[in-house]
Design a protein around this ligand. Structure first.
Ligand SMILES: Cc1cc2nc3c(=O)[nH]c(=O)nc-3n(C[C@H](O)[C@H](O)[C@H](O)COP(=O)(O)O)c2cc1C
Ligand SMILES: C=C(O[C@@H]1CC(C(=O)O)=C[C@@H](OP(=O)(O)O)[C@H]1O)C(=O)O
Length: 388
């Protein structure tokens, strides 16, 4: 299953095309719209979110609520487009009074993108580098999420820290215990009430200081079959594929599986998860590995923590160099989020869902849901015989 997106932040719409989707998969428009709404929410978002109300329009690949095995095309409209029709027109002359973006923001794609593509207007870069594109990804990932849900796999996320405000340390077992609803009810998408207050305060402080914040979030996936992915080729290890999926999200700068960096400071006996046999199933006494061993799922919950850097656009800007005058100036300041960690977590759920959906498709077939489900049933039955 693959997706591609197109669309600029202030163009008419974002488009996603998903290919390789098996036939017979139920898709709910409400589920996709609910993910789109979750991505828009979260304390710290900027003025743009008051303009947009993302919903999906499906123009191919789904009939009467089920996939038919053809490419699925999805669209999310940009409501802000009506304010940009002159500045973002596909054809015709640029307006005489067009203001070019010539003061690139450190930390955004502006400068390097302008150098790479030989433009003197960073808008050509920032329109696509903008994380507005992640709305299309979340719509596309809705298909992968429905696929996993049909197989009893649930993907969720929550915010662990914002700036230096953090939830108390958790074990990987605790991490899998959070309830999605509790998380969605919190404006920070954090299950810890005290930490939520501290995070919101940190965001308020950053906003009044003209600053921005990043943070960390955790993805938890339950219901996975063991043995997804492979140990055989480096690029196909599920660990590599999940890492690449998460690093594809703008502003993600770190990814940890299970204990992650903490494992490096512990002796082996305090890291590796003892193997136990319970009710004819191979299980683990703990889950420090976060559900991955040898590039494959262990069958325990997948637990991944990712770090997001602070938002690059600052209302008290850093220095930059004006591309016209080559003089030192303040970087552009435009409408912006102060913190988008809760939103990034929802995008990450989608990226993880895609990587996992592909691991299922390659292990169990990719043409229709009935065959895939039958193959999984046979696989699970075989695993049970190995545990007897
Ligand atoms: C959901 C989300 C929202 C974001 N919102 C903003 C924003 O409002 N302003 C901004 O400057 N950067 C924002 N970013 C971060 C930039 O998109 C990102 O830093 C930029 O594309 C450069 O990519 P890099 O950080 O991977 O180098 C956001 C990122 C995400 C994931
Ligand atoms: C539009 C979204 O995020 C945008 C990501 C973004 C950036 O530079 O990455 C800049 C802001 O856009 P604008 O310049 O229009 O205010 C954010 O609002 C979104 O997430 O839907």
């Amino acid at each position: 299953m693959e997706y591609i997106t197109a669309g600029e932040s202030h163009g008419p719409c974002l488009t996603a095309i998903v290919t390789g989707v098996p036939a017979g998969l139920p898709i709910s428009e409400e589920h996709i719209n609910s993910d789109l709404a979750r991505r828009q929410a979260g304390y710290g978002r900027g003025g743009r979110m008051a303009i947009e109300k993302d919903t999906v329009r499906v123009t191919s690949g789904i009939r009467f609520g089920r996939t038919i095995g053809s490419p699925i095309a999805l669209e999310v409209a940009n409501r802000d487009w009506e304010n940009w029709t002159d500045r973002m027109a596909a054809f015709g002359e640029a307006p005489r009074d067009l203001v070019r973006e010539v003061t690139p923001r450190p930390g955004h794609a502006d400068l390097v993108g302008a150098l790479r593509t030989n433009t003197d207007d960073c808008r050509n870069i920032l329109e696509r580098a903008s994380a507005r594109e992640t709305a299309a990804r979340v719509a596309a990932a809705g298909v992968a999420r429905e696929f996993l849900a049909a197989l009893g796999v649930e993907v969720m996320s929550y915010v662990v820290s914002v700036g230096d405000a953090a939830m108390p340390e958790e074990t990987m077992a605790d991490a899998a215990e959070h309830k999605p609803l509790d998380i969605e009810l919190s404006e920070m998408r954090c299950p810890d009430a005290k930490a939520t207050i501290a995070m919101k305060k940190a965001i308020d402080r950053a906003k009044s200081d003209g600053e921005s914040l990043g943070g960390t979030f955790r993805i938890v996936v339950c219901g996975l079959a063991p043995g997804l992915g492979t140990y055989a080729t480096g690029a196909d290890r599920l660990t590599s594929r999940l890492g690449a999926a998460l690093f594809s999200i703008p502003a993600i700068k770190g990814v940890e599986f299970g204990l992650g960096f903490q494992a490096a400071a512990r002796p082996g006996s305090l890291v590796h998860d003892p193997i136990v046999l319970a009710d004819g199933e191979f299980r683990r006494a703990s889950n420090n590995a976060g559900g991955l061993e040898g590039g494959m799922t262990t069958g325990m919950p997948l637990v991944i923590t990712a770090a997001m850097k602070p938002i690059p656009t600052l209302m008290t800007p850093l220095e930059t160099v004006n591309l016209d005058t080559l003089c030192v100036e303040e970087a552009s300041k435009e409408r912006s989020d102060v913190c988008a960690v809760p939103a990034a977590a929802v995008v990450a759920e989608g990226e993880v869902a895609f990587a996992l959906a592909n691991a299922y498709l390659e292990a169990f077939g990719d043409t229709c849901m009935a065959d895939i489900k039958a193959n999984i049933k046979a696989y699970k039955a075989r695993l049970r015989t190995m545990g007897r």
